[in-house]
Design a protein around this ligand. Structure first.
Ligand code: URA
Length: 241
């Protein structure tokens, strides 16, 4: 059972500010279980009460879970004075739920990013103890070879002396021009993949996250597009951590 003030609930889902919602209530636009609401402070049960706004049924979920294909050029933050953020790509009714990105992708990295307002799930996904595996596709200048695979498997010592946990490197294509690889890491250190390649003398020129735990990037989502997670994706994800 989740109980909440009706004005808070309606403003949470982006119907309007608390002040606007109070006005809508006065105008008789809000019904709970068939009765016109008179008191903006009315406590409702978000699961069992039937709430109508302007004749439309409100389906309130405590948390929102969004998968977005992060495009290049936007930052993984909730707010920035200068840069465009991933939250700016969402509509107002979702922004009103105060979502945040789970972890960070660099400004020039594309791909899977989970956005939610479920702090517990985010915390678990990011916890080093949980070892959630992240899969990336990367393009690298120059040859990537067996010795890189071995070095990644053993853990790479970064320029600041930190030794990464063992990572898997899968070569899809290798040439003196550009190599294409999958990288699987279980941490999320700052610029981790770029720094791992730098440590073996190579440069990442393109990076895209394809998966995080059981969650995979929906290839139907073009850069900048998003959708809500399905019940199935969410329950798999929760079970996998
Ligand atoms: N590793 C990086 O270097 N950058 C990212 O955005 C993610 C992982």
């Amino acid at each position: 059972m989740a109980k909440m003030r009706i004005d808070k609930l309606l403003s949470n889902i982006g119907i309007g500010t608390r002040k606007e919602v109070k006005k809508f209530i006065k105008e008789g636009l809000v019904l709970v279980n068939g009765n016109t609401v008179k008191d903006a402070g009315l406590i409702v049960d978000t699961e069992s009460d039937e709430i109508l706004f302007d004749g439309e049924k409100i389906n309130y979920k405590e948390f929102i879970y969004i998968i977005i294909n992060k495009p290049k050029g936007v930052i993984s933050a909730t707010y920035d004075e200068v840069e465009k953020t991933v939250i700016d790509l969402l509509p107002q009714e979702l922004k009103a739920r105060n979502p945040f990105p789970v972890g960070r992708l660099d400004k020039d990295t594309e791909g899977l990013l989970l956005i939610t307002n479920d702090g517990d799930l985010a915390h678990q996904l990011l916890s080093p103890k949980k070892n959630v595996i992240k899969k990336y596709y990367a393009e690298i200048l120059g040859f990537v070879n067996e010795s890189d695979i071995k070095a990644f498997n053993e853990g790479i010592i970064l320029e600041d002396g930190y030794k990464t946990l063992p990572a898997n490197l899968e070569i899809l294509f290798s040439s003196s021009d550009v190599s294409k690889v999958y990288v699987y890491i279980r941490e999320g250190k700052y610029h981790q993949i770029k720094r791992m390649f730098e440590s073996v003398g190579k440069k990442v020129i393109y990076l895209k996250r394809l998966a995080m735990g059981s969650l995979t990037l929906d290839e139907n989502l073009k850069p900048g597009e998003w959708r809500e997670l399905s019940e199935e994706e969410l329950s798999f994800l929760k079970k996998s951590i």
